[in-house]
Design a protein around this ligand. Structure first.
Ligand SMILES: Nc1c(NC[C@H](O)[C@H](O)[C@H](O)CO)[nH]c(=O)[nH]c1=O
Ligand SMILES: CC(=O)[C@@H](O)COP(=O)(O)O
Length: 156
């Protein structure tokens, strides 16, 4: 029996991060968490590219554009969708989640979903470096693990 398990080890490849500007008081903290974690795991700033989009709904297209350059070992999507008064929240969340997953599968590229989907601002802030950890940092570790896992599987 063969067991594959990725490690959080540095990659010599590049990581692309797509981050939404909407709710930037949260998304800037998610981005900082992701960058800090990647660099603490041995990546240099030259290995990290950042693409800013207006809102979470635009994240999947930017991810696809980065993936199609074939320059990245993995991608991270960062955003903060906070429920408002209407059902717009549901449509944005659903399409972003589907779109991010679709890019990863269609491009065979580790693509992490770091988009917060919360009912309140407090919930979002807590998950961007306060009581609930930092979803950006979590995605940084996860993308490195998936890159290593793919490497292990391909070597087998
Ligand atoms: N309400 C939030 C949005 N809405 C904007 C959309 O993401 C999109 O940019 C717009 O509909 C134009 O296509 N975006 C977030 O990232 N977070 C929100 O809470
Ligand atoms: C997630 C959203 O799109 C939401 O913030 C928009 O707010 P509203 O539903 O009050 O228009």
């Amino acid at each position: 029996m063969t067991t594959f398990s990725g490690n959080y080890q540095a990659t010599d490849g590049k990581i692309g991060i797509v981050v939404a500007r909407f709710n930037n008081f949260v998304t800037e903290r998610l981005l900082a968490g992701a960058q800090d974690s990647l660099e603490r795991h041995g990546l240099t700033s030259n290995q990290i590219d950042i693409a800013w989009v207006p809102g979470a709904f635009e994240i999947p297209l930017a991810l696809q554009n980065l993936a199609q350059t074939k320059q990245y070992a993995g991608l991270i999507a960062l955003g903060a969708v906070i429920r408002g008064e209407t059902s717009h929240y549901d449509y944005v969340c659903n399409e972003v989640a589907k779109g991010v997953a679709q890019v990863g599968l269609q491009q065979n590229l580790p693509t992490m979903f770091g988009v917060l989907t919360t009912d309140t601002v407090e919930q979002a802030v807590n998950r961007a470096g306060v009581k609930g950890g930092n979803k950006g940092a979590d995605c940084a570790e996860s993308v490195l693990e998936m890159i290593d896992l793919q490497h292990q599987i391909n070597l087998n």
